[in-house]
Design a protein around this ligand. Structure first.
Ligand code: MLT
Length: 310
């Protein structure tokens, strides 16, 4: 009997092509919970991105499942301990989209500094407003990177080209390593007090959820601009909206949200907030890399072969 690979979100065409050569590929909308649970019952492997929740309930519905593959970096939507307890292998593609994610954070930083999205929307609506959209340079500013992992490092390296002063908060990174990158390690408090721009690059875990909340936003340098292209909830959305309303935060670039998909939010009301629908990994290059990496891992796992780290 041919093994069934269930694909629950958009996956690059070359990856689908590779899988169809060996397996029956079925598709379902991972956001449609009843349809997902029904489809999981017949799946030997499932490939997800960030919307599909593979939790204990989903695993219980998936009696034949042997592999959960995440076509991307984060595993926050997969209950890894529950999968492991059932003997289900979990694989991801940890480096597939790190460049794309870092570039998205740079793009949001510049877009927030220069009001790109609001000015574009105003002009399309027939309004040629120049002074209303006067921005700031990033050159000479202090950029605080929260989380100096793979993506944080790539973001910092790219921002260095703009002539910024780089500081970072990451308790797991050695000061010497940061110094090599031209980054000064500081406490979170210092980072909040000193940064003109803050960009967050952390996974979503119980420790990082709400890391930048009401208390932290009360400590920021007035006029700071905040970017989150990592995971929703790391910056508390309600507290951010309050800080934007009272002007303490001068702008924000948000690619991710506490709950996704999301089509309305109090944050959308602010002209100085740029929002995108979780597009950090949505480039042709990243999707090809992520798709092919997990397709290969799924192929090896379903054949009972060793699956090396992607
Ligand atoms: C990731 O964790 O790699 C991304 O969020 C993937 C995605 O865009 O689904």
């Amino acid at each position: 009997m041919t093994d069934v690979v269930l694909v629950t979100e958009e996956l690059a065409a070359p990856a689908i092509g590779m899988l169809t050569a060996d397996f029956e590929v079925r598709k379902v909308d991972g956001a449609d919970r009843p349809a997902l649970l029904a489809a999981l019952a017949g799946a030997d492997a499932v490939i997800v991105r960030s919307v599909t929740r593979i939790d204990a309930e989903a695993l219980a519905a998936a009696g034949r499942l042997r592999v959960v593959a995440r076509a991307g970096v984060g595993l926050d939507n997969v209950d890894v301990p529950a999968a492991t307890a059932r003997g289900v292998l979990v694989v991801n593609a940890p480096t597939s989209n790190i460049v794309s994610a870092a570039e998205q954070a740079v793009a949001l930083t510049l877009a927030v500094a220069r009001h790109t999205a609001a000015a574009s929307a105003a002009l399309r609506a027939g309004s040629w407003r120049r002074s209303a959209f006067t921005g700031v340079e990033v050159h000479g500013k202090t950029v605080g990177v929260v989380g100096l992992g793979r993506i944080g490092v790539l973001f910092a390296q790219r921002m260095a080209a703009f002539g910024v002063r780089l500081i970072a908060y990451d308790p797991y990174v050695q000061p010497a390593r940061a110094a090599q990158l031209g980054v000064r390690l500081v406490s979170l408090d210092e980072l909040l007090r000193e940064s003109d721009f803050i960009s967050v690059h952390l996974p979503r875990t119980p420790e990082t959820l709400g890391l930048i909340g009401e208390k932290e936003l009360a400590e920021v340098k007035p006029g700071v601009r905040i970017v989150n292209a990592a995971r929703g909830g790391l910056v508390d959305e309600r507290a951010l909206a309050e800080a934007l309303a009272d002007g303490r935060v001068a702008g924000a670039g948000l690619d991710v949200f506490e709950t996704e998909p999301l089509t309305s939010s109090p944050l959308f009301a602010f002209e100085n907030v740029v929002v995108t629908p979780h597009l950090g990994a949505s480039t042709v290059e990243a999707q090809d890399k992520a798709g092919l990496a997990v397709a290969e891992s799924v192929r090896l796992a379903l054949r009972g072969e060793f699956v090396p780290d992607a």
